[in-house]
Design a protein around this ligand. Structure first.
Ligand code: AMP
Length: 227
């Protein structure tokens, strides 16, 4: 990859498909910024900003807040030096309208999406995956009751904190709404990127390390093909 080309990736899949887990590794590996709109919106809520107050009720119920909030946050982040080599989008775009807005932003910057990676998972597995998740309260590292426990029980592998939290929208009664909203509003992005000829489907039911390997192969191939 030469310095004039940027690696712009989007990792897609339903809630619980492993986007967050895979994104951290992928963004580090290629030195690109990780734009996780869920994390950005949660930070706004935690900061108690005016924007945070507006969006919290949507997020707690598993609904999408109005897109202008999200697009504005993403556009600001894209202009930071952290994103100079490229961007890994995680949880954005989430609707066709957001995808079209992103196309416009890219066009204005003379950029484009390099590859869209879709993590295909069995919907029946998602409830167990989501309801078992917990996060380090200090650094946000993600864990799971069954699939990814900390190396030492009760201690974060990354920062050593002993405090953990569970997301309110990971509660079982909200998961169903999130999956429905995903199917209605976000799933249409799969054919959108397929139509652009940049869609790659990866088996998200495999072991975490296997999924990483498959994604790495897709990205390496995109780079070999000159982005
Ligand atoms: P996530 O962390 O990606 O699972 O997102 C958690 C929640 O944040 C979602 O259920 C939405 O309420 C909100 N959210 C995250 N990204 C977006 C987006 N691109 N558009 C609208 N809402 C979003």
């Amino acid at each position: 990859m030469d310095s004039s080309t940027r690696l712009n990736l989007v990792l897609m899949g339903p809630p619980g498909s492993g986007k967050g887990t895979q994104s951290v590794h992928l963004a580090q590996m290629y030195g690109i910024c990780h734009v996780a709109t869920g994390d950005m919106l949660r930070a706004e809520v935690a900061a108690g900003s005016y924007l945070g107050l507006q969006i919290q009720k949507y997020m707690d119920e598993g609904l999408y807040p109005p897109e202008e909030y999200v697009v504005q946050l993403v556009a600001q982040k894209m202009d930071t030096p952290e994103c100079a080599k490229g961007i890994l989008f995680d949880g954005f775009p989430r609707t066709l309208s957001q995808a079209e807005k992103l196309e416009t932003i890219f066009r204005d910057k003379g950029q484009s999406m390099t590859a869209a990676i879709f993590l295909r998972v069995d919907e029946k597995a998602l409830v167990e995956r989501i309801s078992g998740r917990f996060l380090c309260a200090k650094c946000g590292s993600a864990y799971h009751d069954t699939f990814k426990r900390p190396l030492t029980d009760g201690v974060c592998d990354q920062c050593g904190s002993t405090e953990f939290v569970r997301r309110k929208d990971d509660e079982r009664n909200v998961i169903e709404t999130r999956l429905k909203v995903y199917n209605d509003m976000t799933a249409p992005l799969v054919p959108f990127y397929a139509h652009q000829g940049i869609l790659h489907v990866v088996d998200g039911m495999a072991e975490i390390s296997e999924v990483s390997k498959e994604i790495d192969a897709v990205v390496a191939n995109s780079i070999r093909n000159g982005l």
